[in-house]
Design a protein around this ligand. Structure first.
Ligand SMILES: [Zn+2]
Length: 406
């Protein structure tokens, strides 16, 4: 039985950050010298010397969007290679380090679409990024900003795609990478991080505990570039617009929610600079008992914390908290989007159904986008894009990244 989400409208108390008029503020107010950071909830603008998050909300959650003067960005895109092509809408105009991130294929998945009853179905294949996930886009921004601001080390609470990606970029850049990982993390992941010369601190806590611990250790400057790094992920939107135009729907798994928010922000900026008149509806995908964004929307809260113990094989979207919930809700509401919550066995069922159709080695979490698509009644003429966020076989990365360790 398919669900029709098109009438799903939940009241949401937040105001929109980007679509309001943009006050003029000198960029010199910021230690990193970029356009200004604005809260998606209360519209507060972060001033020089203030803490790195909006003072009106809980500090661990990300409420901030980086706002550009979209009337004066100059040429877009530029005739440059890689991510610098989009630098007029990125907080970066100089590149110190690149691993060849981005420029990923948009694959027409006709056979999969047919099985899902979607006539125009495409896959944005983020698994081909240098370390196998979309995280390379944001860590490219993060490490280049760190080098530009003379930071000698970066820290992260993760043992998944994000840590592997950051450790790789840090290795290439000659920056120390401190990873804080739950003790229960797999030996394979720890070994991969060690091979990239990352410092590993095992924390007697879950991911959320490790995240809070690292949060307290970071300087204001590191917090700010950490927030701004999400700008890298919006290049997924820029590439899609160039490859196909703006689709009706984009399906993105929600871990912290930052990727979904960034992709929508990318399309919104394309609209603000006059590249398109259309915006896609953003569809987030969550796992039951880990559906923090769904619960926050249902309860009209800025975020939601699950208290029960959670297990899912879709580990990249499993957790008690999603720290970018405020921005994810902002994007979902502004795009008239919605969130699909999956049961664990729905991902397994779709893998069984599509096992001969998908020639991409995607991690279990990424299959959630197909399971979500299967539950939605799309309009017949709609174009739907599913973002495959990460690759399956992390052990293959060890060989691929080996050259960096020599
Ligand atoms: Zn605020």
């Amino acid at each position: 039985m398919k669900l029709n989400y098109s009438n799903t409208q939940t009241p949401y108390p937040f105001s929109c950050g980007l679509q309001n008029s943009q006050p003029t503020i000198s960029t010199s107010n910021y230690s990193v010298g970029w356009p200004y950071l604005k809260c998606v909830s209360c519209g507060n603008i972060i001033q020089s010397g203030e803490s790195s998050n909006c003072k009106n909300h809980i500090k661990y959650y990300n409420y901030l969007n980086l706002v550009y003067d979209c009337n004066n960005i100059g040429k877009f895109p530029l005739r440059k290679k890689g991510m610098l092509r989009y630098s007029s809408l990125l907080p970066l105009d100089k590149e110190y380090v690149t691993l060849g991130e981005g420029s990923t294929p948009l694959v027409c998945a006709f056979n999969i679409g047919k099985k899902l009853s979607i006539s125009k179905f495409y896959i944005k294949d983020e698994t081909v990024n240098p370390t196998g996930s979309f995280k390379d886009r944001e860590n490219y921004i993060l490490v280049n900003l760190a080098l530009n601001n003379s930071l000698k080390e970066l820290s992260i609470a993760s043992c998944g795609n994000a840590a592997i990606s950051l450790a790789t970029y840090c290795k290439k850049a000659g920056i120390k990478c401190n990873t804080y990982i739950p003790k229960k993390a797999s030996k394979q992941k720890k070994e991969l991080l060690k091979s990239l010369d990352a410092n590993i601190t095992e924390v007697n806590a879950n991911y959320e505990g490790a995240y809070r611990l690292v949060y307290e250790k970071k300087s204001r400057q590191e917090h700010i570039i950490e927030i701004i790094k999400d700008e890298g992920n919006k290049t997924i939107a820029f590439e899609i617009e160039e490859q196909l135009g703006v689709p009706e729907y984009i399906i993105v798994p929600i871990g912290n929610g930052s990727n979904l928010a960034a992709i929508f922000k990318g399309f919104l900026e394309l609209k603000l600079i006059g590249k398109t008149k259309k915006l896609p509806r953003m569809i987030g995908v969550e796992i039951e008992n880990s559906n923090c964004v769904t619960k926050a929307i249902e309860n009209c809260q800025e975020y939601f914390i699950h208290t029960n113990k959670i297990y899912s094989k879709a580990d990249a979207i499993t957790g008690k908290e999603s720290f970018s919930t405020p921005r994810a809700i902002w994007a979902i509401k502004q795009s008239n989007g919605f969130v699909v919550t999956l049961a664990e066995d729905e991902i397994n069922k779709i893998k069984h159904l599509l096992r001969y159709e998908c020639f991409i080695s995607a991690e279990h979490t990424s299959w959630a986008v197909f399971a979500a698509a299967y539950k939605i009644n799309f309009e017949k003429k709609a174009t739907v894009i599913a973002v495959l966020t990460g690759c399956e076989n992390k052990s293959m990365l060890k060989n691929k990244l080996g050259s960096l360790s020599k």
